[in-house]
Design a protein around this ligand. Sequence first.
Ligand code: FMN
Length: 189
Amino acid sequence: MSQTPLSPGEPRVLIGATGSIAVTALPAYLAELRGQLGGTYTVLMTHTAATFLPPTTVAIHAERVVSGESPDDWPTDKPSRLAADHDIVVVLPATANMLAAAASGAAPNRLTTVILSTRSPVVFFPSMGAAMWDKPAVRRNIEQLRADGHHVPEPVWHDSYDVGSRTVSNHPTMPPPAELAKIVGSLLT
Ligand SMILES: Cc1cc2nc3c(=O)[nH]c(=O)nc-3n(C[C@H](O)[C@H](O)[C@H](O)COP(=O)(O)O)c2cc1C
């Protein structure tokens, strides 16, 4: 089987996928990132992200998928190794919970530990309900992350249908794939 070798300079991207419902759009984002930037993609999924989107589905679109918090995985997937092996960490989507953990320097799981361990750029793409986004605690966490040198681009407001309330609501989420890939590309130069 022939394989295309990775060209020098092609980015090694670590996607940190967290438990927003927007994680179901991840395959389209991976396709666009790969199309614009080339490179290789590891997806590190939190427990909640892996309940919303099966890691086996993500594995169709990424070179490597890491999920679960078992110490059995540490020989190959320890946080320091994941941090050292990638040129950028893209938290996509980023929950309010993940923003809070990262802003306070907490490391309750493998993704937050990688964020603390890496010396590469980290960019968060938040996605949540409008009421969550407006909370002072969320605003504070975003300001803290920016002050600490992380990147938190402004989200795009999007209408989506909520099957629970049977209403359409406008809420902040990730920019469309082409726009998001440009932002990630600009952080790699
Ligand atoms: C159906 C459902 C949808 C959710 N969507 C979001 C969301 O869009 N944004 C968010 O910040 N939290 C959302 N949550 C809450 C997170 O899943 C929850 O805070 C979880 O602990 C996040 O874990 P993680 O940050 O480790 O992935 C949702 C929860 C459920 C049950």
